[in-house]
Design a protein around this ligand. Sequence first.
Ligand SMILES: Nc1ncnc2c1ncn2[C@@H]1O[C@H](COP(=O)(O)OP(=O)(O)OP(=O)(O)O)[C@@H](O)[C@H]1O
Ligand SMILES: [Mg+2]
Ligand SMILES: [Zn+2]
Length: 499
Amino acid sequence: MSWALVYSRALAGMSAPLVEVEAHLANGLPAFNIVGLPDTEVKESRDRVRAAIIQSGFDFPARKITVNLAPADLPKESGRFDLPIAIGILAASGQIPAEALKNYELAGELGLSGQIRAVRGVIAMAWAAQKAQRAFILPVANSQQAALLHEATLYGARNLAEVAAHLNQIELIQPITSDNTTPSTHCSVDYPDMADIRGQQTARLALEIAASGGHSLLMSGPPGTGKSMLAQRLPGILPPLTNHELMSVWSLQSLLTSTQQQFSHQRPFRTPHHTASAVALVGGGADPRPGEISLAHHGVLFLDELPEFDRKALEILREPLENGEIHISRAARQVTYPAKFQLIAAMNPCPCGYLGHPKIACRCTVDAIARYRHKISGPLLDRIDLIIEVPSLSSEELFATTSGENSADIQKRVLSARQRQYERQGKINAHLDNKELDQFAHIHQDAKMVLTQILEKLSLSARSFHRLLRIARTLADMAGDQQVDTNHILRAVSFRRAL
Ligand SMILES: Nc1ncnc2c1ncn2[C@@H]1O[C@H](COP(=O)(O)OP(=O)(O)OP(=O)(O)O)[C@@H](O)[C@H]1O
Ligand SMILES: [Mg+2]
Ligand SMILES: [Zn+2]
């Protein structure tokens, strides 16, 4: 046999399309050509593959070698194909059985001595291999991520010789299971605790509402009142990530890194700086990568100093805030990344920060204040559910010795409030569309009248009105009430302060 076919995977957004690596040996002057990779990457790949084969104790065939990667028009990073190319050459030259290869997919970058280096996107690849009912041989450094897929047959390989021995059935590699990967797979997660926060009863409650119904939250207040502290503590009162959520979180992270970095079981908490570019924030680039909003998928996106962010970048957030994903098109390529994040934002009430402060005078002009607030557009504000003030603490609060309620206790209530929502409607309140909200809100007759009055008096936009109703529904769920009553509505209004 002087021909062999090896399966591998490219990466296109979140998916991993099949790549067929064909190796062909012909008589003639010894040569080694690779077709289907960008020219710039071919030479490096050839050098690595040749050295790895020789250093692993195999023969590098002195024949005319042609390797073809198909389809040709997929985005391909060459490194990941080193291992399939090397295995293809070994099979075509009869050093491993070509027949065995049809049940496997392989990916891994080779070092010169044959060791296998980590690659990006293993979760997407392992997932695709599982669906194709083939086993997946991957770099051992990526085992922890791949082990999330309980159903897949996975082998973590250290070097080329190990893979060849496995395919030759001389010495089998032990399949990866979630039990034999690093212990950190099961480690407990550690978040900062709500008990650290003094005072700020309203803000604490707003955070619990946000957690209970999945609502977005904007906090406005002078410097040093605990806004950042509060935001950091949201992941710790949300439910733990499910295995399914963890899989999408890790597969997004694994698109950005090929290192053996240990992924954590914590809910994502992303805090892009306000100088972050639109691409860094929402994703993009020549080979479009996920941005901060996708890294915050199933977690929290904290935008500190909201008005300082580039207005255009903020405008792009409107789409993912509505539908939980982002479409990025670059040249001929279009990718979609999930971005179901919970938005928490913070700002000062004015550029100097002290407007409304009981002791410190604000130094800003009326104009400057107006300009500052104008930076956050109405349509974005319309998409934020809870808007609250986080005032400076009184000295009693500051010196109080009793600590606040801890995260574990708050999380228990959050879980039961969410449970009620799932039982009633199969999702949390923040994810209800307007029609579903009408169906599931269950508004008491008296409350309807109050709502009508509020709608007229505050001349709310339809969108704001529905936000109000969603928060009222969450307040009712937190209290264990079937119906949304007047009290829930009035309290909801107090959590939607006008800026
Ligand atoms: N409510 C609070 N309880 C306990 N500590 C607090 C509180 N508020 C502020 N602090 C202390 O002040 C520090 C600054 O708080 P934090 O960064 O959360 O303020 P901030 O409101 O985000 O301020 P800025 O507007 O400047 O970003 C904290 O590290 C903490 O030590
Ligand atoms: Mg802060
Ligand atoms: Zn000011």
